[in-house]
Design a protein around this ligand. Structure first.
Ligand code: ADP
Ligand code: ZN
Length: 745
């Protein structure tokens, strides 16, 4: 027998299947992690067996040397998934395979943890033995302790009783009084159990859970979109759907955004399912991650909760994947392979025959349009549970505040609501958006935003150049001295930080305790959990933060949410900015009034009449959807089209520029011929220009941005670009192809 092996080296030149002979004595099967001789010196390299075959087409074939783990580390279904990723995201096969196993498993940097245990040996009479040990008092005491425990005792436990007793234990084993065993233990992350009463589902929840159950049972790869307002009880539906899935003899994966993967979230699941849960997230130690992964692989866990990469968990009887807050951008990987967890999950669930549930209060435009067109099944939870109202949302026009002479961070309205909330002994959250900090240019008097004449995208202020740039087409404009619209001198780049908001709170309410959460205060491990639980316990009345406070938290005493500047993200130079802003505002607003106290939200904005702000105030997702999808259609932005970006970086700036321009010209010709006469209109844009971040650590960067209409020819067009890219590597030092890039600037 022969094996096809992918060698664990991430390089285009060796990213293919190599054939090895399987020695008689080695029980190699598909998915095994193996050592094989590779290259000139036949050094041993790690690799993964991806297929077996009876024959090999050439005579000089080397042998597989060793199996690293006893069990195959990859499921056949995962190998097929990696193959699909290679084509869909233009990545190396080996890079896709690496996602399926814990990083430290490669290079054998993490091992199983074994603990020595001892018990009284078979046939030994404890009383007689104690007598016989009279002359060795330490051994006698240790023996009596083990006899008293009456079961396997671990060496760490014995040493806790009698420090330094290991030599005595060894002597007792040698004399035959004790028998030794060793046991593999699993390092488990601490898991809090958060008592969550099992609620009787509402009618809407029952309908949703029934539909998911039916789809899981059918096993045809259905995708269901669970659109439920904040606080509508989506998690309760997930819990029921998982219980149903287990009852069908299958297993489940639940993805939540990394940031909301808190002990609180895990606690709700652990309370319901106990030890059948495994968790995977970035705050685990290497040992914990390896052991949780093995518990899943060995079938000791039935439910995996994790962040994005848990979509690859080695769940053998997979029947259900749930993606909570499916619209979150953190479900798209920022490094190679740049996969989308939602797409990977859909592919995986089609292969294994199960169901995929996407849950959100603000589904992505893509998912909602698929639900409306019937590709996905739409499930709706239109109301909060227990008759709780959605919070009331007010907007404040910050231009009016300025005209009235208030140029502080807080409008009169927000200050007043804050004071009412604090007087009632309740808590408030103040949200500020740091993304978009000082990047766009706007007029504080009339709300005018400086935009590109070609792209309907906000110009970005570049401090070093003191001028503005369009990140889509490269157009440049100077920073105006006065507003082109109202001629007043209040036009400038925009931005406020969390520290300033905190200061402003203390100025207004000197006695109030505040907590601040942003990337600066959250560097230390565990600080995030610490701060959240302090706020939960009521140690502060006001929590001030960035994006981090917008997600999933349930603070029953929070009745006021203030958004300091609702439009900062609205004017980011990105076609997704309106969608992201609406999602964010809805999520933040959803933090208010989740328990029995009604909630209030104040949105401060310079553009109170902007449609997105109006939809957010009305908390009208459907209205927002229909408005925004028309906007996308007008300018042919996704989902009507697809972006591809190729980045060129080189220490030699001229080389980067030349390489990029020549590549662009040749690619355009190739694409046009591939699209043919029929697809002439499909290529909407192909521009080569200096990248928005023109230099990074000594490298000059250029980029090509391609926009293609989404038609039946799209897959072929992507293939053409990928093949062209592979054939032209080397045009400059670093070249990267990104399909559906997350950031274009
Ligand atoms: P979502 O995930 O949609 O924001 P949650 O699942 O967190 O909503 O539910 C909000 C709150 O309502 C939670 O405190 C939850 O325990 C409670 N809840 C959920 N379903 C029910 C129900 N059927 N009856 C009573 N309370 C419920
Ligand atoms: Zn432009």
């Amino acid at each position: 027998m022969f094996a096809e092996v992918i060698v664990d080296i991430a390089h285009t030149a060796v990213d293919r299947r190599f054939t090895y002979r399987i020695p008689e004595a080695l029980p190699v099967s598909v998915g095994h992690h193996v050592l094989v001789p590779f290259g000139q010196g036949s050094h041993l390299k790690e690799g993964f067996v991806v297929a077996l075959k009876e024959t090999a087409d050439y005579p000089e074939i080397k042998d597989i040397q060793k199996i690293v783990e006893r069990y195959p580390v990859l499921l056949p279904e995962q190998i097929a998934l990696a193959e699909w990723m290679k084509d869909s995201y233009h990545c190396l096969f080996v890079d896709a395979l690496r996602l399926m196993i814990p990083a430290q498993m490669r290079g054998m940097r993490v091992r199983e943890k074994k603990v020595r245990t001892v018990a009284v040996a078979d046939g030994v009479d404890p009383n007689a033995a104690a007598d016989a040990l009279k002359s060795a008092p330490v051994q006698k005491r240790v023996f009596e302790l083990v006899a008293k425990i009456g079961a396997e005792a671990s060496l760490p436990d014995l040493n806790a009783f009698y420090p330094g007793c290991t030599p005595a234990v060894n002597a007792l084993i040698k004399k035959g009084y004790l028998a030794e065993q060793s046991e593999t233990v699993f390092r488990r992350p601490d898991k809090l159990r958060l008592h969550t009463p099992e609620h009787t589902l509402t009618d809407a929840q029952t309908r949703a859970a029934d539909a998911i159950r039916a789809a899981t049972e059918r096993g045809e790869g259905d995708v269901l979109l669970l659109h439920g307002v904040t606080g509508s009880g989506k998690t309760e539906v997930y819990l029921k759907a998982i219980a149903d899935c287990l009852a069908l003899g299958r297993q489940a994966i639940v993805l939540v955004p990394e940031i909301s993967l808190t002990p609180q979230t895990v606690g709700r699941f652990t309370d319901r399912f106990g030890d059948r849960i495994a968790v995977l997230h970035s705050r685990l130690s290497a040992g914990e991650r390896f052991d949780e992964w093995r518990r899943i692989r060995l079938g000791l866990a039935d439910i995996v909760i994790g962040a994005r990469s848990a979509v690859f968990a080695p769940v053998e009887k997979l029947g259900l994947i749930i993606i909570d807050e499916e619209h979150e951008s953190s479900y798209q990987s920022e490094s190679q392979p740049r996969y989308l967890a939602v797409e990977v999950a859909a592919k995986r669930i089609r292969t294994v025959g199960g169901a995929l549930v996407l849950g959100s209060a603000t589904p992505s435009l893509m998912s909602y349009s698929r639900a409306l067109s019937g590709k996905y099944t739409l499930l709706e939870l239109p109301d909060r549970v227990a008759g709780r109202p959605l919070p009331t949302v007010e907007t404040v026009n910050m231009r009016d505040e300025l005209l009235m002479g208030n140029n502080s961070i807080f409008s009169d309205k927000l200050a007043e609501r804050l004071s009412e909330c604090l007087a009632a002994g309740q808590q408030a959250m103040l949200f500020i958006n740091r993304r978009g900090y000082a990047t766009f240019v706007s007029c504080r008097s009339c709300g005018f935003v400086l935009k590109c004449d070609n792209c309907d995208i906000s110009m970005t202020y570049h401090k070093t150049e003191s001028r503005t740039r369009c990140h889509y087409c490269g157009a440049v404009k100077p920073l105006p001295k006065e507003c082109p619209n109202c001629k007043k001198p209040f036009i400038k780049q925009f931005g406020i930080g969390t520290e300033q908001v905190e200061e402003a709170v203390h100025k207004l309410f000197p006695a109030v305790r505040t907590l601040r959460m942003d990337t600066d205060t959250m560097r230390e491990k565990g600080s995030y959990e610490k701060l959240l639980s302090a706020f939960h316990r009521g140690e502060a009345q006001v929590l001030i933060g960035t994006q981090m406070i917008a997600k999933g938290h349930d603070f029953p005493n929070v009745t006021l949410v203030g958004v300091v500047a609702a439009d900062t993200t609205l004017n980011l130079p990105d076609y997704r900015a309106p969608e992201r802003t609406f999602q964010l505002l809805t999520q933040v607003a959803g933090r208010a009034g989740r328990d029995n106290l009604p909630g209030r939200v104040v949105l401060q904005t310079y553009e109170p009449n902007h449609p997105i702000i109006r939809f957010a105030r009305a908390q009208d997702y459907v209205g927002f959807y229909h408005y925004e999808i028309m906007e996308r259609k007008k300018l042919l932005y996704p989902p009507f089209s697809l972006f591809i970006r190729v980045v060129f970086a080189d220490r030699d700036g001229q080389n980067a520029e030349r390489g990029c321009l020549a590549y662009a010209k040749a690619l355009e010709a190739e694409l046009r011929s591939a699209l043919g006469e029929e697809g002439k209109q499909d290529l909407l844009l192909l521009v080569a220009a200096e990248a928005p971040i023109a230099r990074i650590s000594g490298y000059t960067r250029y980029q090509i941005l391609i926009k293609l209409l989404r038609t039946k020819r799209l897959r072929n067009a992507i293939r053409t670009v990928s093949a062209f890219h592979d054939a032209h590597l080397g045009a400059c030092a670093e070249m990267q192809l990104e399909i559906n890039p997350q950031e274009m600037f």
